[in-house]
Design a protein around this ligand. Structure first.
Ligand SMILES: Cc1cc2nc3c(=O)[nH]c(=O)nc-3n(C[C@H](O)[C@H](O)[C@H](O)COP(=O)(O)OP(=O)(O)OC[C@H]3O[C@@H](n4cnc5c(N)ncnc54)[C@H](O)[C@@H]3O)c2cc1C
Length: 387
């Protein structure tokens, strides 16, 4: 064995798994190897919004958010002429993923975790005694393997797990547009008007930390594809229209796209010797949120791995249940249901409009029933006028 545990992928899910193992017992540091195909700081297409549960997980690991970030206090939800504001202090933080992931990797290294950068996993085989990992740097063997290699997971592919269901996202970084100083001061927008174009999702504006003085705005569209049989909506056009409203021309900025593999309740997340975490396991199909969930998967995987090595039982038969019962990951099931309802009802204009009219009331009731699902200071959406 080259290592007891090999973690494929050094994003938030893989690094959180390693950090939680070492938190359980510092001796894990010598028994874990993280393989990362890129070299930090590596680019990662992402809005960078880290919600409070993710920040709490970092705090639990003894980490305070030192990389540059913008606190978002006001979140605007829009649908056609309806607009609501959610105030919280903060609702979430926005980071640059390039810097955030490099910082997390540094913190893991400080705790003694070995990370091999520039090593790409190209094949994986699991057998009764362990896992063989074929990489661009040679062959390695471990007792257990954690697939933390994101939405296009090579581990899933090589172990014939199936590609799973994926959302499509387009993203662009621009300067602030007309009358957008409020974004820079710490606000974000989720505009669901793109539902009318057939997009199963929303358009977003996030203030984002940048190296030069002027803060940039990260914008994009999220299309969940929950109803995959429907024709693909014109995503680029929907994004271009939203930018045009802000006085910006999409052609002036480099446009990038990436999928998010989302959580489906029926999918198995473990096999003997192998665990899936983060996007490889599945993110949120309603909002496309994945960073906090990736950090949460790390907690669950560390518990499951620690238990497996303590008992010598590597089937991970209870891993799916651990995920379903985890204080944060159990939200994935609710979000799955939410996505099916929200994107199912968009076919019926009067239902969609009705739902948006009663959204603040629905939100208040849900927040009262499940306050743990809404870890915010203020659980009220208040109507706002367009100015
Ligand atoms: C456009 C866009 C915007 C988003 N905005 C947000 C947001 O604002 N908030 C939010 O919470 N989520 C957002 N997400 C989702 C979020 O980016 C992911 O959920 C999150 O990155 C998942 O973390 P992860 O560690 O599972 O995977 P990743 O962050 O993708 O990390 C996987 C790592 O594995 C490495 N890797 C891949 N293949 C191999 C290999 N073969 N060998 C070795 N290493 C490998 C990669 O280099 C990478 O470092 C967004 C996603 C997209 C596409």
């Amino acid at each position: 064995m080259d290592s007891d545990i090999i973690i494929v992928g050094g994003g938030p899910a893989g690094l959180s798994t390693a950090l939680h193992l070492v938190q359980k017992n510092p001796q894990w540091a010598e028994r874990v190897l993280v393989l990362e195909k890129a070299v930090y700081p590596r680019p990662k297409l992402c809005g960078g919004g880290v919600t409070r549960p993710g920040l709490d997980i970092l705090t639990g690991l003894g980490l305070s958010l030192t990389p540059p970030h913008v606190w978002v206090k006001d979140v605007f939800f829009r649908y056609r002429d309806l607009a609501y504001k959610l105030e919280s202090n903060p609702a979430f933080a926005v980071v640059s993923r390039q810097i955030f992931d490099a910082w997390l990797a540094d913190e893991a290294r400080k705790r003694g975790i070995a990370i091999r950068e520039g090593v790409e996993v190209i094949d994986v085989r699991a057998d009764e005694a362990g896992v063989t990992v074929f990489t661009t740097g040679g062959r390695l063997r471990s007792r257990a393997l954690v697939a933390a290699d994101g939405s296009n997971s090579i581990v899933r592919r090589k172990l014939k797990w199936g590609a799973g269901r994926k959302a499509l996202l387009l993203e662009v970084i621009t300067p602030a547009g007309e009358n957008e100083e409020y974004l820079i001061r710490g606000a974000a927008t989720f505009d669901w008007s793109v539902l009318d174009d057939g997009v199963e999702g929303y358009y977003w504006d996030f203030p984002t930390p940048s190296e030069n003085e002027a803060q940039q705005i990260n914008r994009g569209v999220f299309h969940s594809r929950v109803y995959a049989h429907r024709p693909r909506p014109p995503l680029r056009q929907a994004l271009a229209q939203m930018l045009a409203i802000r006085g910006l021309n999409l052609d002036d900025y480099p446009l990038k796209g990436h999928p998010i593999h989302w959580f489906s309740p029926g999918d198995a997340l473990a096999r003997p010797r192998v665990l899936l975490v983060g996007d490889a396991a599945g993110a949120d199909p309603l909002l496309g949120e994945g960073i906090s969930f990736a950090l949460g998967y790390g907690q669950v995987a560390a518990d499951a791995l620690d238990a497996a090595f303590a008992t010598g039982e590597f089937r991970f038969a209870d891993y799916d249940q651990r995920v379903r019962e985890h204080w944060l990951l159990k939200q994935l099931l609710a979000r799955h249901l939410g996505a099916a309802i929200a994107f199912g009802s968009m076919r019926y204009d009067w239902v969609e409009r009705g739902l948006w009219r009663i959204a603040p009331g629905l939100f208040r009731i849900m927040a009262q029933i499940r306050p743990d699902y809404f870890p915010l200071d203020n659980r009220q959406m208040t109507p706002v006028s367009d100015d």
